[in-house]
Design a protein around this ligand. Structure first.
Ligand code: G6P
Length: 606
């Protein structure tokens, strides 16, 4: 999704803005641009495609100036052309925008009638003309911004510079995140703290409706009513250095390999070494909770589906899980005393945030499972239980997912204990099995070559089916999502028991079927499904433990043997081979693994 940076100081800002944009690359984009103020005019360089194109343009035509804004654009309104790339400017202002201006058509018509000539198809350009219109009426930049913000409907984070005001940079936020950075004699704005990491570790997060005046030595923040307010300055722990890939070819692979460590970190924060829970206090008692609602998007939503099984089986607590974009408009009746859990890596996903606003309006307690503690979702929640995955850069979520599972299982166990639904020995056994997971994942990672070899066979497939039952059904969906996202092969995750009700018609000798079949109560059922696929010539890729593979009683095309584990924690372990399979299939196909086409890491618009 679009990324924003802005900077004001006494050194040339263009190279620093470009560096900030590189740190936002992971969000996904298809064009980029930078504007600075030089000698009383706005100077802009824009380019379609990757940032290297923009960098080359800056080499050919360097940009001077001590104040400027930069943008990576993920196209919403209008194709990813240079004309639609940001910054958008008039003779008086230049603007970068992340979000969607919902009333832009009405505003554009009004402004065109007044003689404003538009150069792009974007909703964002409207903002530049609207501010200009107020400046033309004699308002100061601050007044023109405040007046314009009141006219805009939708979601936005903005960076704005004004001709004739080389000492001023303005940022604003409604719906989309914006971080303000405090430097020595410099001030910055960015879509997230990561963008500003080498410049400062002192960050304030604008609240909903805030806007800020940034000067070289001073920052003034206003709330939605234009009143001057103080916002807390956080000291971020993000390293000043670019978060690197280390020895790995891609962030995704690095993040897959980080899983044992980050699951271990997350567990250390939530459990004791003798297999007991040590959860943060919650503002409700699980005993009194009649129902849990879980919302999220993409991978985060699948973590929620796994959690539904855990809460229902272990805590005997009914759970509804829904995709946030559906939930937000569904007008679901919600029971008094209910808890809504938001699952999100970024904590900024627009639909998840909107779903939470709805849940809050229905009197629900909000619990956030997020990876970014200062994110909008964390700030809206009554309580946050963070995943400790560290920054996740690869667009396809991996370590965020398995740390989400870790937190959600600990929450389900807490609820189970509070409700007296689990005996102490079973709770201890599950926690013990969970603590074994990092070592077991390491064993899977050591065997990655076996999966790499299989990936060569998958790379030519047109479609791939993933099957799983119970706790493994959501992992089948997650595995298929990973493959789709980065290899562009069509894949579907299905509950194995549904095979006969449709997907079996697709099976022939060209159809790889990945079956997730750990030992446990449902093994025999899934093994029968494997036989049904094999009997129709389907290529079964069986992921199970040694004993499951030995006893399947059908011819399989490929077997991936995982360590034996308690069925309750199998989703964590079985996530890893499907991640590796997607990764190596994408490598075999030569796709852009870390920034797959059309995808954004953090979806901050609807
Ligand atoms: C995007 C990302 C996915 C992610 C989803 C939800 O689609 O590409 O990887 O699962 O958003 O993001 P969140 O930050 O809320 O977990």
């Amino acid at each position: 999704m679009c990324g924003i940076v802005g900077m004001i100081g006494s050194r040339p800002v263009s190279p620093l803005l470009l560096d900030g944009l590189r740190r936002l690359e992971y969000r996904g984009y298809d064009s980029a641009g930078i504007a600075t103020l030089t000698n009383g005019v706005i100077d802009i360089r824009r380019a379609t495609g990757k940032l290297d194109q923009l960098a080359q343009r800056l080499v050919d035509q360097p940009l001077a100036g001590h104040v400027g804004i930069g943008h990576t654009r993920w196209a919403t309104h209008g194709k990813p052309t240079e004309a639609n790339a940001h910054p958008h400017a008039t003779a008086k202002v230049a603007v970068v925008h992340n979000g969607i201006i919902e009333n832009y058509r009405a505003l554009r018509t009004e402004l065109e009638a007044k003689g404003h000539a538009f150069a792009s198809e974007t909703d964002s350009e409207t903002i530049a003309h609207l501010i200009t219109d107020y400046l033309d009426q004699g308002l100061t930049p601050q007044q023109a911004t405040a007046a314009s913000l009141k006219r805009l409907e939708g979601a936005f984070a903005l960076g704005i510079v004004f001709v004739g005001h080389n000492d001023l940079l303005i940022g604003a936020r409604r719906g989309s995140p914006l971080a303000i950075g405090f430097g020595d004699g410099e001030a910055y704005l960015g879509s997230d703290a990561l963008a500003l990491a080498p410049l400062t570790n002192r960050i304030a997060y604008l609240e909903e409706g805030d806007w800020a005046e940034l000067y070289a030595g001073k920052i003034i923040i206003h709330d939605a009513a234009d009143k001057i307010v103080d916002r807390k300055i956080h000291i971020t722990a993000l390293s000043g250095a670019m978060i690197g890939k280390g020895q790995y070819r891609h962030f995704m692979l690095k993040e897959i390999f980080e899983q044992p460590a980050v699951i271990g970190d997350t567990l250390s924060a939530l459990t004791t070494p003798d297999d007991a829970l040590a959860m943060p206090p919650l503002p409700f008692d699980w005993k009194d909770v009649p129902r849990v609602t879980i919302v999220g998007c993409g991978t985060a939503c699948y973590a929620g589906v796994v959690a539904k099984y855990w809460f229902e089986q272990l805590a005997r607590l009914p759970v509804e899980v829904d995709i946030a974009s559906e939930f937000r408009y569904r007008e679901a009746p919600m029971q008094a005393g209910g808890v809504t859990i938001a699952v999100s890596q970024s904590g900024e996903t627009a639909d998840t945030l909107a779903a939470l606003h709805y849940a809050k309006s229905q009197g629900q307690k909000i619990l956030a499972v997020v990876n970014v503690p200062q994110s909008s979702i964390a700030r809206l929640a009554d309580v946050t239980v963070p995943t400790m995955a560290g920054p996740e850069i690869g667009v396809a979520s991996t370590k965020a997912f398995t740390t989400q599972l870790t937190v959600l299982l600990c929450l389900a166990l807490t609820a189970a204990q509070a409700r007296g639904a689990i005996d102490a020995a079973r709770a201890k056994a599950i926690l013990h099995a969970l603590r074994e997971i990092p070592a077991q994942i390491n064993a899977v990672l050591r065997d990655e070559h076996h999966i790499q070899e299989l990936a060569h066979h998958l790379a030519d497939a047109r479609d791939v089916l993933y099957l799983g039952r119970g706790l493994l059904y959501p992992i089948a969906m997650e595995g298929s999502l990973k493959l789709k996202e980065i290899s562009y092969i069509h894949a579907e995750g299905y509950p194995a028991g549904e095979l006969k009700h449709g997907p079996i018609a697709l099976i022939d000798e060209n159809m790889p079927v990945v079956v997730l079949a750990p030992g446990g109560a449902l093994y025999e059922k899934t093994a029968s499904n494997i036989q049904e696929v094999a009997a129709r010539g389907g290529k079964v890729i069986m992921i199970s433990d040694k004993s499951g593979i030995a006893h399947v009683g059908a011819k399989t095309f490929w077997n991936i043997a995982l360590p034996e584990t308690d069925a309750a924690v199998a989703p964590l372990l079985y996530s890893v081979p499907v991640q590796l399979l997607a990764y190596y299939t994408a490598i075999a196909k030569g796709t852009d693994v870390d920034q797959p086409r059309n995808l954004a890491k953090s979806v901050t618009v609807e």
